[in-house]
Write a protein that binds this ligand. Structure first.
Ligand code: KG4
Length: 362
């Protein structure tokens, strides 16, 4: 139990702060209902083709006050009304995490209210429990969650809360990537094609215009539920390299002029391969564990082909599938706030001297 007295008899107001990568986000949940979710995305990285950690930390520092202020205003509450502050403790970029962590600590100390640390990956799974007024059903326990983002590709087994807790579910990773994440594969391949950062949404857009069967890329053959995307990345790169060599060309732009629909077909083939790799392992896990409730989360869950695959697999294998609203796919504080709300109800607080962590599993 936290030494700070909980505010009794009042509504429960949780403020959450997410700053693990390049989005500064704040959200407010009042008595279990999401009241605001404000995100400032950093454009500064676009010209570098990837997130520059030093620039991300500085941008968080600039954005955090206005973002928190706006989140409180939109929720219609002042900071005095807060019951607790939740923050993303990791994994993520350490410099970015330090901004959110320090801000959350300072505010919690000033207001003399509890602090709640949230694992970013658990946060993504908790996106499925956010009460945002859309009435989407929440998954039943146990369920499997395919967690796919720029930094992670995992299959998480989510089970009812352990004894002593009543709200926050237990989570266990049963499979994960042994090298690149799915989002990383999308972003790196998009970069090779000369597409802007982040490349995932561009691949999604161009894939709609291409032939998914045109380039059969390599698929990994790993036992169990683990993933690998580095071989696919190499296969993608070598296919392009060989096409350039055959034609005596040097750049992707030259190749795109010589080969009609080059980028579209590469995007469609890559996307189909990634989705197939992800879904096959998920299907195996669902079958082996005899689980029929299956969810998807993380930035890559915004991908239209992956969302469609969930619907198709759901019909074919009689799964109840859970696909998050777009607003809760990429990094956002609403999901952190949901985890924070559950942990608050479970009285699961963290000490003021806890430090952020860059790497972890769930
Ligand atoms: O979860 P997220 O916002 O950040 C991390 O914690 O990593 O995920 C970002 C990743 C990026 O790799 C981005 O390219 C990918 O999600 N992404 C997509 C789509 N939208 C975002 N990948 C494929 N299709 C999309 N529509």
């Amino acid at each position: 139990m936290h030494p700070i007295l909980l505010k009794m008899g009042k509504e429960t107001v949780i403020l959450a702060i997410e700053s693990s990568c390049d989005d500064t986000s704040a959200a407010v949940i009042i008595d279990g209902v999401l009241r605001s979710n404000v995100t400032a995305s950093q454009k500064v990285h676009e010209e570098f083709g990837g997130v520059v950690p030093e620039l991300a930390s500085r941008a968080h520092q600039q954005n955090i006050l206005p973002v928190v202020d706006t989140a409180l205003k939109r929720a219609g509450v002042g900071k005095e009304a807060l019951s607790a502050i939740a923050f993303t403790r990791g994994p993520g970029l350490l410099g970015s995490l330090l901004v959110g962590t320090s801000f959350a600590k300072g505010l919690a100390l000033a207001l003399n209210i509890p602090l709640i640390d949230v694992n970013h990956l658990q946060g993504h799974v908790m996106a499925h429990f956010v009460e945002d007024g859309t009435g989407l059903p929440h998954p039943d326990y146990p369920f499997l969650c395919l967690l796919v983002s720029g930094g992670n590709s995992q299959i998480v087994l989510v089970e009812s809360p352990k004894s002593g807790a009543a709200h926050m579910p237990q989570m266990r990773i049963i499979g994960q990537t042994i090298d690149d994440a799915a989002g990383e594969a999308f972003d790196k391949c998009a970069k090779v094609l000369g597409l802007p950062y982040p490349g995932g949404p561009w691949i999604d857009r161009l894939a709609k215009l291409g032939d998914a069967a045109k380039y059969p890329f390599a698929k990994p053959n790993l036992p169990g539920y683990d993933y690998s995307f580095s071989g696919l990345k190499t296969s993608f790169l070598y296919t392009l390299r060989d096409m350039l060599r055959e034609r005596g060309l040097e750049t992707i732009d030259q190749l795109a002029e010589a080969v009609p629909d080059l980028r579209e077909d590469f995007c469609a083939s890559l996307q189909a391969t990634v989705v197939d790799i992800l879904m096959r392992k998920l299907k195996k896990a669902a079958k082996d564990l005899n689980i029929s409730h299956v969810a998807v989360a993380g930035g890559v869950s915004a991908n239209s082909a992956l969302r469609q695959a969930f619907i198709d697999y759901g019909k074919r294998y009689h799964w109840q599938v859970y696909i998050p609203p777009f607003a809760f796919t990429t990094d956002n504080a609403a999901m952190i706030c949901q985890a924070g709300y559950f942990k608050y109800l479970d009285h699961d607080f963290c000490a003021i001297d806890e430090v952020p962590f860059a790497k972890t599993t769930i």
